[in-house]
Design a protein around this ligand. Structure first.
Ligand SMILES: N[C@@H](CCC(=O)N[C@@H](CS)C(=O)NCC(=O)O)C(=O)O
Length: 233
């Protein structure tokens, strides 16, 4: 595929806060893409720079992450990872693998949305009003039901889809994005994969990949990625 001229002349720029949340997925995809990219660490982008960037109107929906590739600006996490996947050939080797990868992307979003509803974050406790001022985090009862019922059911469904330790024959954007959410869940619940051995193998295979390690240990151009979801006090 013909790449935009800008993609070859200067590195893509990825802006986000020093958090896993919706930063880990794009950071992993950028690292696996083989494309030249710079993240917040090498851009020198900090939280203090956010108000100015927000005011600039560069972020179409007033939020991060933002990816800039020359004159191309991409907002929305899924669009960002899909864009990088298209430029680097990580969309899936066949139409069937493309479909699987896209399903995993959407599943990653569902897992993130559910965590937002039921899992406390560094800034919002159980039962508290979220930063949007409209949505209230679930209470302790909802939190317990979430981990005892909803999560195991999702893990079983994912486990049934894994083939050995892969969902797709080559590493796809969907696999990486799903991994970014599973990782954040596992940090809160270390026994996440009990009874789902194939899913555990998938998780471990990627966890041991040097590119994943580079990102999660803060050594990539993204820099540090702090935990966003935390357990109740
Ligand atoms: N649907 C958007 C959500 C992005 C989002 O929620 N961004 C938050 C951080 S995780 C943000 O930019 N917050 C700062 C603000 O809204 O001022 C996506 O997937 O990119």
């Amino acid at each position: 595929m013909k790449r935009p001229a800008a993609a070859m002349s200067e590195p893509m720029k990825l802006y986000y806060f020093p958090l896993m949340a919706k930063g880990l997925g794009p950071a992993l995809v950028a690292e696996f893409s083989g494309l030249p990219w710079v993240g917040p660490k090498d851009l020198g982008f900090t939280r203090d720079d956010w108000p100015k960037l927000k005011e600039s109107g560069k972020c179409h929906f007033g939020q991060l992450p933002l990816l800039e590739n020359g004159s191309v600006r991409v907002s929305q996490c899924l669009a960002i990872v899909n864009y990088m996947a298209r430029l680097s050939g990580m969309e899936g080797a066949t139409p069937e693998e493309f479909a699987m990868s896209q399903s995993l992307l959407a599943e990653g979003e569902d897992l993130y949305a559910a965590m937002q509803k039921f899992q406390p974050t560094v800034s919002v406790k159980l039962g508290d009003l979220g930063r949007d001022g409209m949505t209230r985090k679930g209470d302790r009862e909802a939190f317990t039901k979430f981990w005892e019922e909803w999560v195991p059911d999702q893990m079983r469904k994912l486990d049934a889809l894994v083939n050995g330790d892969q969902f797709t024959s080559t590493t796809t954007v969907g696999e990486l994005y799903l991994w970014s959410m599973l990782h954040q869940m596992k940090l809160c619940q270390p026994s996440l994969f009990s009874g789902t051995d194939q899913l555990a193998s998938f998780y471990t295979r990627l966890e041991n990949d040097p590119k994943v390690q580079r990102v999660v240990t803060g050594k990539s151009s993204f820099g540090e990625l702090n935990q966003y979801f935390v357990n109740p006090e």
